[in-house]
Structure formats: C-alpha cells, structure tokens
Write a protein that binds this ligand. Structure first.
Ligand code: ZN
Length: 138
C-alpha cells in the first residue's frame, strides 16, 4: 500500500479512536449522573441497573474496538496493514474504507464467518459490524 493510502487509513483509525473515547466519556458521564441522582426516593433501581448493564456492555464492545484500532495502527507502522491475515492477499481498499480495522479479505472473512456460525461462540472481527461503526446516534 502506498504511503498516502496508509496515511488516509491512519487518519480514519485515529478519528474512530477519538470518537470512541468521546463516546466512552459520555457513557461514563451518563452513568455518574444517574448515580448522583440516586439519593432521591423516587429512583427506579431496576431501570438504573439495566442502564448500567447496557452501558457496560457498550463500553466493553467499544474497548474491544479500541484494541483493534491500536492493532491496526501497529500494522500501519510495520507495513502489514491491508494484508489479509488469513491468505496474505491484499484487502480491497473499499473494504478497508468501510471497516478500517478489517483483518481479513472479504473471501476469508466470509469463510471464517461460516465456520464461526458452525462452531458458534463468535468472537471475531465483525462483532462490531461496519454498520454501527460510528454508532453514536444515542
Ligand atoms: Zn484472505
């Protein structure tokens, strides 16, 4: 991959990392606000617990993505970025643009996903699908 392209994906990754940090800070802020309001006697504890659970879940997901972003940034530095970790072929730029943390080309991804479905217990790349990549609608 050319240096200019690498720079572009680096920027994408850094931007995404920034968004996640921002979002995580917001989540923590929301959680704290709820806790500080917990002194009142009309507080709905069940709702509070549900919110905290979902905050935690979202937070974990985003932290996981942060790891992937860090990993991708390392690969940019080492010159391995954009190479499929399964077959060693180049990953299509369009795929990388949609999903800068992609580790596999689309063929391998499809293959790996069908394996995942067979063996369940999914903990692969697309837990964070490209659709909710910038999931900050909330
Ligand atoms: Zn591949």
């Amino acid at each position: 991959m050319r240096k200019r392209e690498l720079e572009k994906f680096k920027k994408l990754l850094l931007l995404e990392r920034q968004n996640i940090h921002k979002h995580l800070a917001e989540l923590e802020g929301a959680s704290e606000t709820q806790l500080s309001q917990g002194g009142g006697d009309s507080v709905d504890l069940a709702a509070l617990e549900i919110t905290q659970a979902s905050i935690q879940k979202l937070g974990n997901r985003e932290k996981k993505l942060l790891n992937k972003i860090a990993y991708s940034l390392e690969k940019i530095e080492s010159g391995e970025y954009g190479i499929c970790e399964h077959c060693g072929e180049k990953i299509a730029p369009a795929r990388l643009e949609a999903r800068p943390v992609a580790q596999y080309c689309i063929d391998c991804k499809t293959e790996l996903e069908s394996n995942e479905r067979r063996y369940s217990d999914k903990d692969e790349e697309d837990e964070y699908s490209s659709d909710d990549k910038f999931d900050d609608a909330g």
